[in-house]
Design a protein around this ligand. Structure first.
Ligand SMILES: [Zn+2]
Length: 184
């Protein structure tokens, strides 16, 4: 899927830069395969998970905003059975058939337009503010402004978790830290 997306967008993959942005629609081994094929990684901020539980992904050329979504053809499993009728199992049939089926027969693809703002999603490097309530640092303009104060999403009421205990942390006497880094 990642290789075919590169062809459709006219981009060389796996990429050595950050031009291609990929939105995968499920996690799991599929996600790692797409990352390896495209060179889009969470660590490069070029891979985003939109968890819809689907083996599908959208590939976006961030320079042109050209975006293509790919999913497996609804016929591909049946096609594997037809091509490999003597396979030991459905899994083996798919393993063999998927190596010879053309990209065009394997996938459904279409041009799409993103609802989300790609520039806002990417943001700019080095931008950081501290949450006015919890004090934690917020990167990439993910803060929410309430009464003019920057808040993290958790403090703004959009948290994915509920606090169960006091935060634990070791308070260090910064005037006399116990480990001294020696610079050379
Ligand atoms: Zn906060």
């Amino acid at each position: 899927m990642g290789l075919f997306a590169g062809q459709l967008l006219g981009l060389e993959v796996p990429q050595a830069n950050k031009r291609l942005i990929t939105f995968i629609e499920t996690d799991g081994c599929f996600a790692d395969g797409v990352a390896v094929a495209t060179g889009c990684w969470l660590g490069h901020r070029t891979l985003r998970l939109i968890d819809e539980g689907k083996v599908a992904a959208t590939f976006v050329d961030s320079e042109t905003s050209h975006a293509i979504r790919l999913a497996p053809s609804p016929q591909v499993r049946e096609l594997a059975r037809e091509l490999c009728p003597n396979a030991k199992s459905r899994w083996h049939a798919q393993l063999e058939a998927y190596q010879v089926v053309s990209d065009e027969a394997f996938f459904v693809w279409q041009e799409i337009e993103l609802h989300l703002n790609l520039d806002a999603l990417i943001s700019r490097p080095g931008i950081r503010v501290n949450c006015a309530r919890c004090g934690e640092e917020i990167l990439n303009e993910r803060e929410v402004y309430t009464n003019g104060q920057p808040l993290c999403r958790s403090c703004a009421g959009e948290s994915y978790f509920k606090v169960k205990s006091e935060a634990a942390w070791l308070s260090i006497n910064l005037a006399e830290p116990s480990i001294i880094c020696e610079s050379h």
